[in-house]
Design a protein around this ligand. Structure first.
Ligand SMILES: Cc1cc2nc3c(=O)[nH]c(=O)nc-3n(C[C@H](O)[C@H](O)[C@H](O)COP(=O)(O)O)c2cc1C
Length: 308
């Protein structure tokens, strides 16, 4: 199996380089192989040209794709999986990697009549100066994950994982203090990269839509739920169709059933609330939940939500 590593850091004197090398060692020690694009070393041109803009913005599947972009397409389609390794800069990837997406995720390859191979797995390994608690409290980690999972990698990888090595800025003791442990973690991520994935019932950063609902229910195929999970606590935002904005929060029990309260504002301007118990099932690698819900006002119903 082969993993394509997209690496982006301006300096060799960095924690991120250490993570990259440990991850690569894990990949090769497990008998797998890799190909890498080191975007700074390659001096990858991250600026989309006007011609590229006009081609992609007008959905033109013309053959005039630049040679450096074609080379990246070839690396993707000759690999089984993809990994991105970078430091967090202003809650994003460095601009060079953002530009890599602008150019490499071109029309006719990553969207439209796409030629891009479905990746078995996509992994993001990023270092962040801030501690994870701050990234969570301010919603910054959720933003980073949403951009990568909900947009760039959406429907382009069967399985996705986002790993943050936090507290790594140079003035923090945790940078040196956790160095060895983090190196080991990156190595293990590489070593187990192609190990058979266990069926995952975690709902973290997974998107769902309602495929069935009772007549008195309000969510529908137009409603998208974005779920999150920390330990046994689960929560989600949802909107679309008859729902202007909704939130739910609850727990996942040991059998992976969800128990939560929900509230939403519907398009008639009514605030509706209720509770729901939800049983999971994995079909064709996708999570589905059979839900039994009850409005606070009394009426009950059932629905099914399915991973998008
Ligand atoms: C321009 C710049 C912007 C940064 N922005 C963030 C940020 O938004 N959030 C964060 O947690 N760390 C941020 N950092 C810290 C980097 O993520 C930090 O350099 C890295 O985690 C340390 O690893 P390194 O030695 O590989 O650079 C920023 C660093 C730089 C240089």
């Amino acid at each position: 199996m082969r993993v394509f590593i997209v690496y982006c850091h301006p300096s060799e004197d960095s924690f991120t380089k250490n993570i990259r090398d440990a991850f690569i060692k894990g990949i090769t020690d497990s008998g797998n192989e890799y190909v890498i694009s080191d975007l700074y070393k390659m001096d990858f041109n991250a600026d989309m040209s006007e011609q590229e803009y006009l081609r992609d913005a007008n959905y033109r599947n013309t053959p005039d794709v630049a040679a450096d972009v074609l080379a990246e397409h070839e690396k993707i389609n000759s690999s089984d999986a993809i990994a991105f390794i970078y430091p967090v800069f202003w809650t994003e990837a460095p601009a060079k990697l953002v530009g890599w997406f602008d150019r490499v995720w071109s029309y006719g390859f990553a969207y439209g009549d796409k030629k891009m191979k479905m990746m078995e797995k996509a992994m993001i390994l990023c270092s962040a100066g801030n501690p994870i608690e701050r990234l969570e409290q301010f919603g910054l980690l959720a933003s980073m994950k949403k951009v990568m999972f909900g947009d760039r990698l959406f429907n382009r990888a069967k399985q996705m994982e986002f790993v943050v090595f936090d507290g790594t800025s140079r003035e923090k003791e945790t940078r040196e203090g956790n160095w060895e442990q983090n190196t080991k973690k990156a190595y293990e991520k590489g070593k187990n990269f192609f190990a058979d994935a266990e069926e995952s019932f975690s709902v973290d950063d997974r998107f769902f839509t309602a495929v069935e609902n009772s007549a008195s229910g309000e969510v529908s195929e137009q409603t998208v739920f974005c779920y999150h999970q920390k330990g046994n606590v689960i929560w989600a935002e949802y909107s679309g169709g008859d729902i202007v904005k909704g939130f739910l929060i609850g727990t996942m029990d040991e059998e992976h059933n969800l128990h939560f309260n929900y509230q939403h504002m519907n398009t008639d301007g009514n605030l509706r609330t209720g509770s729901c118990d939800s049983a999971p099932k994995i079909e064709n690698g996708k999570l589905r939940f059979n839900e039994k819900w009850k409005w606070t006002m009394g009426e009950e119903g059932t629905s099914v939500i399915e991973e998008i």
